[in-house]
Design a protein around this ligand. Sequence first.
Ligand code: EPU
Length: 443
Amino acid sequence: MSAITSKQKTSFVVKGRVGEKYLNGSVSISGAKNAALPALAASILFDDEISYNSIPFIDDIQVFMEILSSLGADIKKTNDGASVSFGGKMPKSVIDPSAMCALRGSIILTGPLLARTGRVVFSSPMGCPIGKRPIDFFIDGFKSFGADITIKENGGIEYVVTAPKGGLVGTEIFMRHMSVTATETLIFTALLAKGTTVLKNCAIEPEVSHLVEFLNKCGAVITGAGTPTITIEGGSLLKASGKSYTLPADRVEAGSFLMLGILAAENLEITNCNPEHLESLIDTLRRSGANNFEVTKNSFIIKKEDRKKVLPASYPINIQTHEYPGFPTDLQSIIAVYASQLKGRSFIFESIFEDRFRYLDYLKKFGVRFNMINRREIEIDGPTKLNGSVITKVPDLRAGFALITAAAIAEGETVIRDLKHVNRGYEDLEKKLRGIGLDIIRE
Ligand code: EPU
């Protein structure tokens, strides 16, 4: 599996070609990591085997499948997916603390385990260092279903959550912020609670509604997904009855390749994606003067520039990251690199995570000119000719793509070391990049 072999070599060497538009060809977008985690977690709520298509084989999924196996799941890998079954047996209810340390997304298992087994034991999850990432919505949510919570400190923090004697009871929950994984987790919890649950201020990310559509085909009764209020009728275990779930395309990967393509491609097709999920990015790019790409129903096409049609100037951007359909925080670092190539002073405000600008120290090494106004706001001046650099560590998953984008448009060679976070999130990354002409090797 690519996730395992990729671990063996830990640096990228990229030869940039400043100012040239040299990338060509076609790149196909993988299934979305952030859709795969909740979809796999949902298997806990199924009475029978559930099959998945378009699972990206990346380290996060590998770790997640290992956790599922440790809980009792039988997982069989298929060509581009997997099937998962608990064989009618009760899953274990203790999540291995080391797994929770490796993957913040493992928190999504807590809701289904509590609902199915009446108990879940887990520790504080860790993931990309992009902010505090509290779990109060999960804890408060479980309490609201009637669960009892014991918190123990033994090195880390351990939570023991137990359903009341008569089982979880449907409830009404208002979440202070729209949270993707909290919304998904509490939907799962509600599915086996008694009665009706109403979740308010829910995340409306497409990954949520896409999964709910499938759950409803398997016996769930959930209305309102894709809106801030979701209502769930509690019932019994779901049945796939041979149906399989195909993951939606990764909109973050698609948007990342789009920005790389606009900066460095002559002709490039980004296929197997859903541009409808990237309206805020498309709007931002168009406003910045990027007119060398076309949008189809399921692809982006970056065209050879017709000099007569290309706008005489590019314009700085002014964005604020926002829950869907606003500008995705997961594309924030990549658009910072893009902004460094625009004329004038761009402005980026990170509204979701309070510590998601760590990568700027690394972009500085390429020559990117910026001013950090405070922990959430930056200005970037451009255009700047970037120079290759040695990067000792990829600070977080999405910053990994940002650094590669900077390396691709820089002059000379860049070495990017410590690829742990890149391996977590992008399937066959260097293969895809080499396939479109980037001089990148892993060593
Ligand atoms: N929040 C709380 N309390 C909670 C949960 C969240 O205050 O109990 C706050 C967070 O601190 C944040 C806001 O709510 O300020 C929204 O965070 P959210 O919970 O939506 O983030 P998440 O579910 O942990 C998912 C993705 C992230 C992506 C965010 C935002 C998964 C597995 N992760 O995280 O993806 O950045 O939504 O869209 O779906 C990535 O792929 O690199 C990544 C970090």
